[in-house]
Design a protein around this ligand. Structure first.
Ligand SMILES: [Zn+2]
Length: 238
């Protein structure tokens, strides 16, 4: 196989370049992916926090309802006392009956309100149980997410350092490639970020699994120029 001896074997350098680009591709993906995973968990924790807040709001409003009814009961009891005083000054049986009816109605209303208070108290009790469970869950989830956040931050920093190193190595490798070859490589790379090069095996391009013509194979064997697959455009090697 004849080779251009004035420059390093272009295909070998391109393979180095491809390896570096594959690593860079993976690193850049990880740099995005891991924070995204973390973000999804943060959203879950936020939803759980909202749920806890909702329970707290419901407890608050049930307590307000209970307090209102209790206040109403007190007002009614005050009215009953007044009516009872008036009862003693009733001037006729009819008037007496009116006062009695008033007291009966007020007592009935108190009964209904007492039921409301009881019901709201039951609601509060039930919600407080739910709140305890949900709060425990949220506290745990917050702790876990905080640990993960620290991990992901450290991981991203590490990945960024590796990316910087890879980029230096990459530009060193790229310098060894002829400008027109590098241009072709970059074009193919933008199309196939993970595999701009393809091996010929059994006269078939391993990138697209289409046959490579004898003519192209001979051209490649001469080693004077890079050869691209006619079908997928990948840079071919044996
Ligand atoms: Zn191909």
């Amino acid at each position: 196989m004849s080779q251009d001896l004035t420059s390093p074997n272009q295909l070998e350098v391109l393979q180095q370049l491809q390896n570096l680009d594959a690593d860079l591709f993976t690193m850049n993906e990880l740099k995005v992916k891991r924070p995204q995973e973390l973000h999804r968990e943060e959203i879950k924790v936020e939803a759980a926090e909202e749920f806890v807040q909702q329970i707290k709001d419901n407890i608050k409003s049930a307590k307000i309802d209970a307090d209102k009814s209790e206040l109403n009961i007190k007002t009614h009891e005050g009215e009953i006392e007044k009516v009872q005083v008036a009862l003693n000054t009733a001037r006729s049986n009819e008037e007496y009956q009116v006062f009695q009816n008033n007291i009966k109605r007020l007592k009935e209303e108190i009964g209904t309100m007492e039921e409301v208070v009881l019901e709201k108290m039951n609601v509060v009790e039930k919600l407080q149980g739910e709140l305890e469970t949900a709060s425990g869950f949220v506290t745990e989830a917050q702790k876990e997410v905080a640990i993960k956040r620290t991990e992901v931050e450290a991981f991203v920093k590490e990945v960024e350092e590796r990316i910087s190193k890879l980029e230096v190595q990459r530009s060193e490798a790229a310098e060894k490639v002829k400008p027109d070859t590098l241009e072709i490589y970059s074009r193919v790379l933008s199309r196939y970020p993970d595999s701009p090069l393809a091996q010929i095996e059994g006269e078939v391009c391993q990138g697209c699994h289409m046959a490579v013509t004898k003519q192209l194979q001979s051209k490649l064997l001469m080693g004077t120029d890079i050869v691209q697959c006619l079908n997928c455009s990948r840079i071919l090697f044996f």
